[in-house]
Ligand binder design. Structure first.
Ligand code: ZN
Length: 284
């Protein structure tokens, strides 16, 4: 649920030319200046519409040959293609998947699917660096209404206050954490609908479990040391950890939401933490 810095699109014109020209200089598609200007105009319309789907961005039937050529040119953004460097540059804009907040960057997702929005198949602002599971789960989702759309990683609104809320219950089998989205006063209702659809589509309540277990494991020694000094000391440690996480990753990263909830949990800080680390067989 992160927002990334918007990638530079100053090279869009050159990238189009590279995509539609073979290494030996022969054209894959003989792009005219008028056609190039038309695609750059569609890119501007994409920005003006904040990357949200609309029919204007699809181009027209009379442009179908050009649109098909750009659609197919995305193959050159793949590994080994003429635009492989471009792919690497875009992937470097994120260290961790902005959709889930824990996956490694392996893929480029088309925010607007290239099957429907062919003109934007290689547009930098339509390509989102992400992890493979998130890319697979998102697929070609771009509904007509916000309830069926993803929030745009480059253009989407992200309020400074928490909207990702975690609730934790200590059970004998371990910690059960459930996340939900709550609309804040400054969060646009359409954007909230997109974030909710995105959260559900990416199955994050289930997929957060593994990184939470790993993360709690890294905190185990610190939690036990602070708990030995009393519940207030453990709460203070978790509160400071939350402030650090919020500064580094924002208030709506799963780690920030988790730390906030644990710092406020009497059950966890009052001794329940002892049930949350699982049993490990000693290494031989
Ligand atoms: Zn991901």
């Amino acid at each position: 649920m992160w927002r990334l810095n918007t990638p530079n699109s100053n090279t869009s014109s050159a990238d189009l030319a590279t995509a539609l020209t073979l290494v030996n200089g022969n054209p894959v598609y003989p792009l005219t200046d008028i056609e190039k200007a038309r695609i750059l105009q569609l890119y501007q319309a994409y920005d003006a519409n904040l990357g949200n789907p609309c029919n204007t961005l699809k181009g027209t039937v009379s442009e179908s040959a050009l649109l098909e050529a750009i659609h197919n040119a995305y193959n050159q953004v793949q590994i080994g293609g003429r635009l492989e460097d471009y792919r690497d540059r875009l992937k470097l804009t994120a260290e961790i998947c902005p959709y889930c907040g824990f996956g490694a960057i392996t893929d480029l997702d088309h925010h607007l699917p290239r099957s429907k929005f062919k003109a934007h198949a290689i547009y930098a602002k339509n390509l989102i660096p992400c992890c493979q599971p998130c890319n697979n789960l998102k697929r070609a989702k771009a509904g007509d209404k916000p309830e069926g759309q993803f929030s745009h990683v480059y253009f989407g609104q992200r309020p400074v206050e928490p909207f990702l809320i975690a609730e934790a219950v200590v059970q004998r089998t371990g910690l059960v954490v459930t996340f939900s989205l709550e609309r804040t006063a400054t969060l646009d209702p359409n954007e909230f609908a997109r974030l909710k659809f995105q959260f559900d589509t990416l199955d994050l309540n289930v997929r957060y479990k593994a990184p939470i277990n790993t993360y709690l494991g890294t905190l185990r020694t610190s939690i036990e040391i602070f708990a030995s000094a009393g519940t207030p000391a453990l709460k203070e440690f978790l509160k400071k950890s939350y402030i650090t996480s919020r500064r580094d990753f924002g208030p709506n990263h799963w780690q920030s939401a988790l730390l906030k909830c644990l710092a406020e949990s009497e059950e966890f800080c009052g001794g329940g933490f002892q049930h949350c680390f699982g049993r490990r067989d000693p290494a031989i």
